[in-house]
Design a protein around this ligand. Structure first.
Ligand code: GLY
Ligand code: MN
Ligand code: MN
Length: 470
């Protein structure tokens, strides 16, 4: 009798039960599947990757479940480099590009196939389909992904067989797979960096997904405004739950932990506890993004007067941030240095802070010394895509020291944050935090604001709230 898990209520499996479980199942092979519409795009992305590493074997794992406690796990999210190169989201898999003599590569997607019904694996254990849900067969995956698929249970053997081939693996995703290959840490980091570089410019299919993510997010923000009075009666949790419902209904999830920050919580950049009160007269800073089924995420922020209208000080701060965002967005166009939007926004905010007497001028000096950062805190934006902070490992000369190109998607998100205990500003400014964040697509002659469906100016925000606030 096979032994069960520690403190499980069953001691094991009798041979009779095992035999019973193996019989009486219908053939559920899926026929007539169509290739995923992303498949040809993923093939082009692999060709671009292949061209960067002739003669080398590349291993790009999808990742594994991470333990929360005992046999409980965190929700799985595949490594973005794997998703981008395959269009697949399965766990325990890997893409392997095997070098060919002509300098190109053959691609193999290693997957955990369906469990046969001739062993106990399909109903007992970590990967059992009866507990975890049906997977695709390798044949099904080949059709859907348009990619040769192999059984991941033989990957270590396959990699050992060609161990003389110079190999790179993306580290930090699948420790067992990492242990199966001998590679150099620096060269591996270059592979990760190249996978980030190749995501800087989105293809047409990805741009379509970004539009879906942002459009859902716009609906999620409208939902939250419609629920404001319930949030006032409850807490920030109501806002978080309201946005999450939209994310789950229309997408896969939220692309990052929603920031539902009312009152002085708006001054905390990574406020995700979302357990505070929502009080009329204060501001609600909502920073949230829907992640599509294909795992592309939006990242949008609006700062809303909970009572429907801004107080004079709130409006003064809000309008300064709005103008800074306008200045930043005007700098988003092809050929512009990436940093230009950040510099334009920060300079504007530095000028306002000098004018208000919160930092010492002249403005050029204040900006060069970065004095505005006491109140602006963060950089003014970042690339956006499969990850909220997308392309994070890209080469600096391609990203922050590079120039904007059509197809890039980035956020422009200036903010001002006056901490509740900041004695350098008048009392009525303390505890005010404002950020306005939009998602911009660089086009052939400028940019398109993908999140333009939400109001931005203080007057438009008030008009929108008067229409939708519940
Ligand atoms: N929500 C994270 C960010 O705005 O960068
Ligand atoms: Mn954000
Ligand atoms: Mn952002």
């Amino acid at each position: 009798m096979a032994k069960g898990r520690k403190n499980g209520l069953y001691n094991g499996v009798s041979e009779e039960l095992s035999a019973l479980m193996r019989t009486g199942w219908a053939d559920t092979e899926r026929h007539g599947l169509e290739p995923d519409e992303q498949a040809p795009y993923a093939a082009r992305r692999r060709a671009a990757l292949s061209a960067r590493f002739p003669g080398e074997r590349l291993v790009i794992p999808s990742g594994n479940l991470k333990t929360r406690s005992n046999d409980d796990t965190y929700p799985f999210r595949a490594y973005s480099g794997y998703v981008h190169m395959t269009g697949d989201q399965a766990r325990d898999g890997a893409l392997v590009l095997e070098p060919r003599a002509d300098g190109g590569h053959d691609a193999y997607c290693y997957q955990l196939p369906r469990d046969g019904r001739d062993t106990d694996e399909f109903w007992i254990g970590y990967t059992a389909e009866l507990w975890m849900g049906r997977r695709r067969t390798l044949a099904e995956s080949e059709v859907v992904l348009g990619l040769a698929c192999r059984d991941v249970r033989t990957i270590a053997e396959d990699l050992a067989a060609g161990s003389a081939v110079p190999t790179r693996i993306v580290r930090g995703i699948d420790p067992a797979l990492e242990a199966a290959v001998t590679t150099d840490e620096e060269r591996d980091a270059e592979l990760d960096g190249t996978l980030s570089d190749l995501r800087l410019v989105k293809d047409e299919w990805e741009i379509g997904e970004m539009r879906k993510a942002v459009d859902s997010t716009v609906r999620g923000f409208t939902d939250c405004v419609g629920e404001l009075s319930r949030a006032v009666a409850s807490s920030e949790r109501w806002i978080e739950g309201t946005f999450f419902r939209r994310a789950r209904l229309e997408g896969n999830h939220v692309g990052y932990g929603s920031i539902c920050a009312a009152g002085e919580h708006a001054t905390i950049m990574h406020w995700t506890d979302n357990d505070g009160p929502v009080r009329p007269g204060e501001l609600l800073l909502l920073d949230a993004g829907v992640e599509t089924h294909s795992l592309y995420t939006a990242d949008v922020t609006r700062t809303l007067p909970i009572s429907g209208t801004f107080s004079p000080v709130q409006r003064q701060v809000y309008d300064a941030v709005y103008e800074a965002q306008e200045a930043g967005m005007a700098a988003v166009k092809p050929g512009a240095p990436y940093r230009a939007f950040h510099e334009a926004s920060q300079r504007h905010l530095a000028a306002r802070l000098v004018e208000w007497g919160f930092i010492e001028g002249p403005v050029d000096r204040a900006y060069e010394l970065g004095l505005q950062r006491r109140f602006t805190m963060a950089g003014t934006g970042h690339m956006l895509g499969l990850d909220v902070h997308d392309c994070a490992q890209a080469r600096t000369e391609e990203y922050v020291d590079g120039v904007l190109e059509p197809g890039m998607v980035l956020t422009v998100e200036p903010g001002l944050y006056f901490q509740p205990d900041d004695l350098t500003v008048p009392e009525e400014w303390r505890g005010i935090g404002v950020r306005i964040e939009d998602d911009l697509l660089v086009t052939g002659d400028g940019h398109e604001n993908l999140s333009a469906g939400l109001p931005r100016s203080s007057a438009d925000v008030e008009a929108w709230m008067a229409r939708f606030a519940g």
